[in-house]
Design a protein around this ligand. Structure first.
Ligand SMILES: Nc1ncnc2c1ncn2[C@@H]1O[C@H](COP(=O)(O)OP(=O)(O)OP(=O)(O)O)[C@@H](O)[C@H]1O
Length: 242
């Protein structure tokens, strides 16, 4: 059984079908890149999966469970994590304290810190090593570079046991070195986590994607390997049209 099964999903905003009868299947542990011209419905698709937006109709099943009707935090508890373009870290807290807040899964950062103290430090160390921030545990999040802040946010999702991680342009604003490190991190997460990434940077997509789905006008236009998509005439036309 696929980890994520989307069938006939649609949502309308004032008469506009931002996502239009979308069918999408994602296997456990794969890296799926979601491409498409501006306004194709990519971010809205992530919003529908994580519960930020409720669909007009259709079905989203995660590990066999229908997500319709579940709120955003309930989906997070099921193992779905969303990383937004603007990082949602607590700048006044250290890297380790941010992980404690993420680990607690309780609303409210102060309650989390006072109730759970420093959290599960062994897990924190393991996760920080994984994302390359082991040396920064005591540094305030506000003093991290842009790339480091993005990795901290990914670390927060890893400590919450997010099995499926949804990301919107994770490399936007990163230096070349940071982008390369992010590609390495994603390749290392492959297999143990499922990633759905909205990304415009084709050189990054080539480095990380197991599979690509191209959306246009809310619907799926094409899917396949990087090579298949780069040679797909309908995809070229959709991009040139924009
Ligand atoms: N909350 C909303 N209310 C009204 N319209 C919306 C809302 N969210 C998205 N839209 C519209 O839905 C369409 C799809 O938007 P979406 O952001 O999903 O596209 P995208 O493929 O992610 O584009 P981009 O690459 O530019 O971010 C657009 O026409 C957008 O204006």
């Amino acid at each position: 059984m696929a980890q994520l099964q989307i069938q006939n999903l649609h949502v309308e905003f004032g008469g506009l079908r931002a996502v239009d009868n979308l069918d999408l299947t994602v296997e456990e542990g794969e890296i799926l890149c979601l491409l498409g011209p501006n306004g194709a419905g990519k971010s809205t698709t992530l919003d529908l999966i994580c519960g930020k937006t409720q669909p007009t109709g259709g079905s989203i099943r995660f590990q066999g469970t229908e997500l319709s009707g579940l709120l955003e935090y309930e989906r997070a508890r099921c193992g779905i994590g969303r990383k937004f373009q603007v990082p949602s870290v607590y700048k006044e807290l250290t890297v380790a304290e941010n992980l404690s807040v993420a680990q607690s899964r309780h609303p409210g950062m102060w309650r989390a810190l006072f109730t759970f103290g420093r959290g599960d430090t062994a897990t924190q160390r393991r996760v920080l090593e994984r994302v390359g921030l082991a040396e920064k545990a005591g540094v305030k999040a506000g003093n991290l570079s842009h790339g480091e802040t993005q990795w901290l946010e990914i670390a927060m999702l890893l400590t919450q046991d997010s099995q499926l991680i949804l990301m919107d342009e994770p490399t936007a604003g990163m230096t070349i070195q940071e982008t390369e490190k992010t590609a390495d991190l994603f390749r290392q997460l492959r297999g143990s986590h499922t990633l759905i990434i909205v990304e415009h940077d084709m050189s990054f997509v080539r480095r990380v994607a197991d599979r690509i789905v191209v959306m246009n006008r809310g619907a799926k236009l094409a899917e396949g390997s990087v090579e298949e998509i780069e040679n797909n005439a309908a995809v070229k036309t959709a991009y040139l049209g924009h």
